[in-house]
Design a protein around this ligand. Structure first.
Ligand SMILES: [Zn+2]
Length: 425
């Protein structure tokens, strides 16, 4: 018998997304491993049992003071994993958004000190405590959308101390929040103003990466490989230096043009290659061979008002492993609403509802290096769970913009309770 200090019963169904210890590839993404009328039992923050509610008595011994949650016929999902975020930054750019929609070109905004430069200025001026406070607020917002784990990238410091400061803020959040917040060093996000590119790359490779690794501040190293930013050769140097220091590679690739980043990702067996709006057939086949996860960020395409979305249908039909994420950042996707990203993936990238769910849970957990820890409802995993206000999980992408998340547990702790409208007095 399994001891339980938290049980959830009276569910319509449990969408376990369980997957044999590896991410779901191609067709497997359609299989959500659903248990109708299921129950889930947890102990000390971990899932200990999941199965049909009628079987629970035979396998689970409920502690006298256990928390018993009635799902009121809602569906249960694993907590969502946002596997590509720039969660820690200071300032915001709503004025620039207004300019952009009025038709001012980005280059003009950037030349006037706006764009990424303004976020870098604000982030450099912020203290670790400021950044932790901003991060905490955003993590709480993530909870309201059912997100119980975030990958967090640096990249708005662009000098050694500021990059380390962002990663330290993410580390402090990790110890405060009891949740999975894997960190990625993205010093090679952009070349800072008044710095030569060679000079900056030397700084990234010879000073930043060794210090990040020495202080244990990140487990991944990422680079923005794009025309006008970092070339494939430069990206290779950054990622290889990361590998030498024990940081696993990730890459921003083929976002605005086909620059060859996916082939590099495959060559280095990167954990993930992200964006991929301009990926070609060679890129798809390279990623399938290397097992690199394609992380699609359709919210950025949507928010930038572009129209070229990643060819998700072709990628999944060819057998690729796909995850979805917000790309939450102040310039190209100012939203943490991962359920809304599912809708965009379904309508614009032609992903099925089941594929979108796999892509935001188990596959996202693998893309964030946490595939054995969270992302599915399986014994041994963290008790990261969402209870919906509806029996049908397909309502999430369908009823877009509405929040179907009613209760959220993160490591067995309730972080959202009964998120719903109160009735009028
Ligand atoms: Zn990004």
């Amino acid at each position: 018998m399994k001891q339980a200090d938290l049980v959830i019963t009276n569910t319509a169904e449990i969408i376990t997304v369980s997957g044999n210890g590896r991410p779901k590839r191609g067709k497997e993404m359609s299989n959500l491993e659903i248990i109708p009328r299921g129950a889930v039992a947890c102990n000390r923050g971990r899932i200990v049992w999941v199965g049909p509610e009628t079987d629970m008595d035979r396998y689970v011994s409920i502690e006298p003071d256990a928390v018993h949650v009635d799902a009121e016929n809602g569906a249960i999902l694993p907590g969502l994993v946002d596997c590509h975020t720039h969660l820690i930054f200071a300032g915001s750019r709503e004025n620039e958004f207004a300019q952009k929609i009025a038709g001012v070109p980005y280059m003009e905004i950037a030349a006037a000190g706006g764009g990424i430069k303004s976020t870098v200025r604000a982030t450099r001026a912020a203290s670790v405590a400021d950044l932790v406070a901003a991060g905490r607020q955003r993590i709480r917002e993530g909870f309201s959308f059912g997100v119980t784990a975030h990958e967090i990238k640096s990249g708005y410091g662009l000098d050694t101390e500021s990059e380390l400061k962002i990663l330290r803020a993410a580390r402090d959040l990790r110890s405060e929040m009891n949740m999975e917040l894997p960190r990625t060093f993205l010093g090679a996000h952009e070349i800072p103003p008044k710095t030569g590119r060679r000079e900056y790359l030397d700084l990234v490779c010879e000073e930043m990466i060794p210090r990040v690794a020495r202080e244990g501040l990140a487990e991944f190293c990422d680079v923005f490989c794009e025309k006008g930013v970092f070339s494939v050769e430069e990206a290779r140097r950054v990622l290889n230096t990361g590998l030498l220091h024990g940081l696993s590679p990730k890459i921003h690739a083929e976002q605005l043009s086909n620059s060859g980043g996916t082939v590099l990702a495959a060559e280095l067996n990167a954990v993930s290659a992200d964006h991929l709006d301009y990926i070609d057939d060679d890129g798809i086949h390279a990623l399938i061979r290397s097992g690199t996860i394609g992380v699609l960020l359709p919210g950025a395409v949507f928010f930038l008002g572009l129209n070229r979305y990643a060819p998700a249908r072709k990628m999944i039909d060819s057998g690729m492993t796909i995850a979805l994420s917000t790309d939450f950042n102040p310039g190209s996707c100012m939203s943490q609403n991962l359920p809304l990203i599912m809708t965009i993936a379904c309508t614009q990238c032609r992903m099925t509802i089941q594929e979108a769910i796999s892509a935001c849970t188990l596959n996202a957990a693998f893309a964030a290096g946490r595939g054995t820890v969270c992302g599915s409802i399986e014994p041994g995993k963290r008790a990261d769970l969402i209870i919906l206000d509806t029996p049908a999980y397909s309502m999430i992408p369908y009823h877009f913009g509405h929040n179907h998340v009613r209760h959220v547990f993160c490591g067995g702790i309730p972080v959202v309770r009964n998120f719903c409208f109160q009735s009028f007095p």
